[in-house]
Design a protein around this ligand. Structure first.
Ligand code: ZN
Length: 260
């Protein structure tokens, strides 16, 4: 079997910014492009990233914490993939006109030219039009990137995202061990129906992963509304000899290497 090594480099993952970078040894693929511009610039410098090495950026939706670095000149000529509504929302605000917009439709399969990356987008259930989540493929490796959505029936019944090698899924808040008063203090509570919590994460681990799954990353953790007791519980409870469960600390660059 051909070895297919995928590196996962997390630039930022929180409500302040989201940008996760996949690297197959040849081309970088960004999942959202919403980290703080200075952080994205540092990442480019540290990794000696030049435009020839970038396949593109898949954008889940047009909230600021998923798109902010598109406004910098480092995104000039970047191939950006998003839905019609996502680009409509991006254009409503001042935005960098030099990005290359590639409009995508839900459920269709796309291959990114001159790379081994391909993907499919599915409808997400979030408080902005055009939000999607992604199934990404590189040779035989399957990666699911699921964030900023309610864990709706349509997602539960989407068998295409079952048994992936890697999952990157939002655990934006976790109420199991958090007392209600503490949770109510958070502004985020008003948005809670549009995000996945740690109980949803447990459901995904139980219903979507298989013995093929090697890595499960809980992302978009909220430093205020997600209980670290809950995250540690999930990590310890569901990590096994096949699958490693990890969670991303906000504001910290995380780095994983995955061998398929
Ligand atoms: Zn959002």
């Amino acid at each position: 079997m051909i070895k297919n090594e995928i590196e996962i480099k997390v630039i930022e993952s929180s409500s302040k910014g989201n940008c996760i970078c996949l690297f197959d040894g040849s081309k970088y693929l960004f999942l959202d492009f919403g980290s703080n511009i200075a952080n994205t610039k540092n990442f480019y410098n540290w990794n000696l990233i030049n435009k020839d090495k970038i396949a593109g950026a898949l954008i889940t939706h047009a909230h600021f914490d998923h798109i902010q670095s598109l406004n910098d000149e480092l995104a000039n000529n970047l191939n950006v993939y998003g839905t019609f509504d996502t680009f409509f929302n991006i254009r409503k605000n001042e935005y960098n006109k030099n990005i290359i917009t590639n409009e995508i439709e839900e459920n269709k399969k796309y291959k990114i030219e001159n790379s081994n990356w391909s993907f499919q987008a599915f409808k997400a259930f979030h408080n902005i039009e055009g939000a999607v989540y992604f199934l990404i493929k590189n040779k035989k490796t399957k990666i699911v990137y699921l964030t900023d959505t309610e864990y709706a029936e349509e997602i539960k019944s989407n068998k295409k995202i079952n048994g992936a090698d890697i999952y990157i899924c939002e655990g934006n808040y976790g109420s199991t061990f958090v007392d209600d008063n503490k949770l109510k203090e958070q502004k985020h509570i008003t948005n809670i129906v549009n995000h996945m919590n740690c109980e949803d994460v447990e459901q995904i681990i139980k219903n979507k992963t298989s013995n093929k799954t090697k890595l499960f990353i809980v992302s978009h953790v909220s430093i205020k509304a997600t209980s670290f007791d809950v995250l540690d519980f999930i990590k310890n409870q569901y990590s096994n000899k096949n699958m490693k469960v990890e969670y991303l600390l906000p504001q910290k660059i995380n780095h994983y290497t995955f061998n398929a």
